[in-house]
Design a protein around this ligand. Structure first.
Ligand code: BLA
Length: 317
């Protein structure tokens, strides 16, 4: 039986062998996301010193309830970076990579977000520099971070077609260069995804390196609130919640979500999900537990090749 945590060298061999293996064993799919996180850590270390996060002690690795799956967590802090954290889940039937980097509130740099779900049949991918502020109406913010990145986005969004309808509110958190895609498992696609991940991470590092500390207190407060709003959204609506609960049980899943993946949701602000997303509150004052309330929208990419928003929905920040 193959190890759940193969060393990097073996991973490469697995990936290269994939085509051959597929013909003999349909269930077998081999992508390992460990090299993704290794790349990101090495690249970050070229710019900054990474300190292990206090979260590392509690969140390092965990087996799934059935003993057949493994969750591997890493977390760090660095200058300008409040939290860099990674979760890799490996079971017999799926691989998940959830990698996010949260800047300190003194910087309005986007949040780096890689969210990949792989099963034998399908892949669900979100790769983006999630803007902190409204890029649809605030042109100066959009231009500051995304104007120069539109060609990079175009390169990859042509290779990865739009993944179809998604929870409508998510668009508020995505940038014009977001890669939102689904594809059937295929080694070439993983190579392109790895290349996209490296390119997106390198440009994100450049942005954070160049960013200048905000001194205007009111702006820092706005950045903080935007970070908190983001965490509040993801902790409540992360589509991976169901899978996590199945793997490790309700209590541990909740702990992992609030204390690790979306750490800061209980500390960075006191507003609730209803405060940020009042349209989710039903008449009875209960949180609507369905996946979304506005519905699923955006069958097609709502940005044109110039990175202009062409969606037909009025977004409410
Ligand atoms: C599906 N994950 C999705 C979808 C999106 C995201 C857009 C499509 C379904 C939908 O929108 O309803 C990801 N959404 C995001 C991200 C943001 C956002 C990154 O708003 C950021 C702002 N995903 C995980 C983990 C697992 C996981 C840890 O992060 C599993 C343990 C799985 N994601 C997962 C699965 C689906 C999914 C299984 C399909 C679920 C479905 O279609 O209902």
């Amino acid at each position: 039986q193959r190890s759940l945590l193969p060393p990097l060298k073996t991973v490469t061999t697995f990936t290269r062998d994939w085509g051959r293996r597929r013909s003999t064993c349909i269930q077998s799919f081999s992508v390992s996301y460990h090299k993704f996180v290794e790349f990101a850590l090495d690249e970050t270390r070229r710019h900054s010193h990474l300190n292990s996060s206090p979260l590392q002690e509690k969140f390092s690795s965990m087996n799934s309830k059935d003993g057949k799956g493994m969750l591997s967590m890493l977390s760090f802090e660095a200058t300008k970076i409040r939290l860099l954290r990674s979760l890799i889940i490996e079971t017999e039937t799926m691989q998940v990579f959830d990698f996010t980097v949260f800047p300190e509130a003194e910087y309005d740099v986007p949040i780096f977000c890689a969210n990949f779900f792989t099963s034998a049949k399908t892949n669900i991918v979100v790769l983006d520099l999630n803007p902190l502020h409204d890029i649809i109406n605030r042109h100066e913010y959009k231009d500051k971070y995304f104007k120069s990145l539109i060609p990079l986005g175009l390169k990859y969004t042509q290779l990865f077609p739009w993944g179809g309808k998604l929870t409508s509110e998510s668009i508020n958190f995505f940038s014009p260069i977001v890669i939102w895609t689904k594809f059937t498992s295929n080694p070439q696609k993983y190579d392109i995804l790895y290349s996209a991940f490296r390119d997106y991470y390198k440009v994100w590092l450049e942005l954070i390196c160049k960013s200048v500390k905000e001194t205007d207190k009111s702006q820092v407060v706005l950045n903080l609130e935007a970070q908190h709003r983001y965490l509040t959204w993801r902790v409540e609506k992360d589509p991976g919640q169901g899978v996590l609960k199945k793997l490790i049980g309700d209590t541990l899943a909740k702990d992992l979500l609030r204390k690790f993946l979306f750490n800061g949701v209980d500390e960075l602000g006191s507003k609730t999900f209803y405060d940020y997303f009042p349209h989710y509150c039903t008449q009875e004052g209960m949180l609507n537990k369905k996946g979304n309330i506005v519905g699923k929208s955006f069958e097609n990419r709502p940005w044109n090749a110039r990175g202009e928003f062409i969606g037909n929905w009025f977004l409410n920040w």
